[in-house]
Design a protein around this ligand. Structure first.
Ligand SMILES: *Cc1c(COP(=O)(O)O)cnc(C)c1O
Length: 430
């Protein structure tokens, strides 16, 4: 029996694409205090609500302007609403958003080709976040070792104070107890060693070489306090992994996509990883992650052994493709180095006047300002004072204020932001 005309009418009615749909989703009045009522309380957001951004300026619900030295958390690498990214997302939004991984798509293939041409990699796996990229990397390393060396090679070496994401596997890899306790039993087989400690790494390999499947490292520890990896340390990690048949996983989720003045930080450190993870700046604010590796290692992920629904979706890959084309140019990368010099000069001048920093470190537009007494341990107070002064900054632990602006932040925005930072430091001291 064919469906009734009433049924057919309902189908026809609900197929209308041009009908004007009334929804208050975009106009329902909301405010900061609603967060405390409705949201899961794993965040403590600032007292204001940003509503609009342009370049490195943001405006809140009251129309107050903020200079953005945070770019999300080192995410909006080209500032807010960059015209080329708006165009890429609009164009793709009219064409195709999602097809699943039962189909491939043009933006994903184009982005993969660009990443491969620009790096050591021969294969790319796309996902939606940094944690997922590291999850894929760790699973791949274990699987590769399992298939090639047998079941004893499962140990992962990582570092104290590392940050690799918030899935159970990646918090376990990260060496910060505050993120990993209370969720047990955690995955086993991890060793955490002191970062930049070559002797500890050598001792670990000497004791357990045949059991180690991977070393996972950030080229510079970001969340953990803005600690750059020394070239000797990174090169020792590379040498030991190669000598013992372990894989070197570089977590470039924060350090990558131009932030240090190179497309990826490893390019300046004299090492080549076996697996590299990217996210954050990769999508310029649109969620995307990627795991890059060689054909040989990638072969351990045969059809069906790993996957994700949204990974490599056309919308994300179209935006990331536009980000990539802009970031991977000598103008933008040289511009990052020039901005580094400007920031360091400005921060040193503040310190000469105020004596608020014990140390200034970092690379490119990725800077750590280690606080001096009486601000030691009070980075969050400085961040809040900055908000009050119309500036967004980040912290990296209790002692370090982290600055990670857009790679293309303007001179005016840098100077205005530094002036606001000085005001904030002054108020925080008072
Ligand atoms: C932010 C970050 C992650 C986690 O990325 P998410 O997108 O938050 O999952 C992992 N590693 C490093 C080095 C990061 O900075």
């Amino acid at each position: 029996m064919p469906p009734s005309t009433a049924t057919q009418a309902i189908v026809a009615e609900t197929t209308q694409r041009d009908a004007v749909v009334t929804t208050d989703a975009a106009t329902l009045p909301v405010e900061r205090s609603d967060f405390d009522r409705w949201m899961v309380t794993c965040y403590a957001p600032a007292s204001f609500v940003p509503v609009r951004g342009e370049g490195s300026r943001l405006w809140d619900q009251d129309g107050r302007m903020y200079i953005d030295f945070a770019s999300g958390v080192a995410v909006t690498a080209l500032g807010h609403c960059h015209p080329a990214l708006v165009k890429a997302i609009e164009t793709q939004a009219r064409r195709l958003w999602h097809v699943s991984n039962w189909f491939t798509n043009e933006p994903a293939l184009r982005l993969a080709k660009r990443l491969i041409d620009a790096t050591f990699a021969e294969r790319v796996f796309f996902c939606n976040s940094g944690a997922e990229a590291n999850e894929a990397a760790l699973k791949l390393a274990r699987r590769y070792a399992h298939d090639r060396s047998g079941p004893q090679r499962t140990r992962v070496v990582s570092t104290l104070n590392a940050f690799h994401g918030r899935t159970l596997f990646t918090v376990t890899a990260g060496g910060q107890a505050k993120y990993a306790t209370g969720f047990g039993p955690n995955p086993s087989g991890f060793t955490h060693l002191r970062y930049n400690d070559v002797a500890a790494l050598e001792a670990e390999f000497a004791a357990h070489g045949p059991e180690i499947c991977a070393v996972i490292l950030e080229p510079m520890q970001g969340e953990g306090g803005m600690t750059p990896g020394t070239p000797e340390y990174l090169q020792a990690a590379r040498r030991l992994c190669s000598a013992h048949g372990a894989l070197l996983i570089l977590d470039e989720i924060q350090s990558g996509m131009g932030r240090t003045g190179a497309l990826f930080s490893y390019m300046q450190k004299g090492i080549v990883p076996d697996i590299l993870t990217s996210a954050k700046g990769l999508g310029g604010g649109f969620p995307i992650g990627a795991m890059l590796t060689t054909t040989e290692i990638a072969s351990a992920f045969t059809v069906g052994v790993h996957g994700t629904t949204y990974g490599g979706n056309p919308l994300a890959c179209a935006v990331a493709g536009a980000v990539f084309d802009i970031v991977n140019t000598t103008e933008v990368l040289d511009g990052v180095k020039a901005r580094h010099a400007l920031f360091m000069e400005g921060l040193r001048a503040i310190n000469a006047r105020r004596r608020v920093f014990r140390a200034l470190r970092g690379e490119g537009v990725w800077l750590g300002c280690e606080l001096e007494e009486p601000l030691r341990g009070r980075s969050v107070d400085v961040m809040k004072a900055a908000g009050d002064a119309g500036l967004m900054v980040l912290v990296a632990g209790p002692d370090v204020v982290r600055i990670a602006p857009s790679l293309v932040i303007s001179l005016d925005e840098i100077l205005e932001g530094l002036a606001r930072l000085e005001t904030a430091l002054d108020r925080a001291v008072a």
